[in-house]
Design a protein around this ligand. Structure first.
Ligand code: OGA
Ligand code: MN
Length: 215
């Protein structure tokens, strides 16, 4: 019988070290069972209710004066998690992410310090064109992690995450429980249009800015 501690994060131990190894070797990694299905379902139900309640906002591109909604570049709507007032399911997610953060720091010496995360909804036919997850004026984001919240998602439903890793792009289906992890600074990627509404919870592990310290 597993203890509740080992149940908490299905990625504990061996699986998360494999993930870290693949991330180090390839710049990306994926697992299909990041959290217990019940937690993923609860996150989906919460995101759905918040979406129906009109709590999401059109995602913008860039920051400061240049920031603005650009549906021709990205058509998702987002809602940031507030670390100070997480729901039970969001707290499960946060703790699992923190466990992953510590494994990445221990095995890859990444110096990841904290997490920022938002729900994202892509209504049918929306997409996010090829980009990297790093602002021109900020280098804190080191590792991107997208957790998908779509039960019964089929290949025909689209919405693939396409990673431009090496010569042949890798395409990941946004199925409930799948977590895609990749390097924020160096991995170009895009979200292909979906037929159905696509839900995800995307987080970034951040580290201290090295701007002004390293050339
Ligand atoms: C992003 C992003 C990928 C996805 O939000 O920057 O690229 O699969 N998301 O949702
Ligand atoms: Mn991105």
């Amino acid at each position: 019988m597993m203890s509740s501690l080992t149940m908490r994060n299905e990625l504990d131990g061996y699986a998360s070290e494999l993930l870290a190894e693949q991330l180090a070797a390839e710049g990306w990694a994926v697992t299909e069972s990041f959290l217990p299905a019940s937690v993923v379902a609860a996150l989906r139900a919460e995101a759905d209710a918040l979406w129906q309640g009109g709590k999401f906002r059109q995602a913008a591109i860039g920051r400061g004066n240049d920031a603005g909604a650009r549906p021709a570049t990205r058509g998702d709507q987002i809602l940031w998690l507030d670390e100070r007032s997480l729901t039970v399911a969001q707290d499960e997610y946060w703790q699992a992410m923190d466990a992953l953060r510590l494994v990445l720091n221990r095995t890859l010496f990444l110096g990841l310090q904290n997490l920022e995360a938002h729900f994202a909804v892509y209504p049918p036919a929306t997409f996010y064109r090829k980009h990297v997850d790093r602002f021109a004026d900020a280098d804190e984001r080191a590792i991107s992690c997208s957790l998908y919240l779509n039960p019964d998602w089929q290949c025909d439903d689209g919405g693939w995450l396409r990673l431009y890793a090496g010569e042949t792009p890798v395409e990941i289906l946004p199925r409930a429980g799948t977590l895609a992890v990749f390097r924020s600074e160096t991995m170009p990627h895009e979200v292909l249009p979906a037929v159905r509404t696509r839900f995800s919870l995307t987080g970034w592990f951040r580290r201290r800015s090295l701007r002004g310290i390293l050339p």
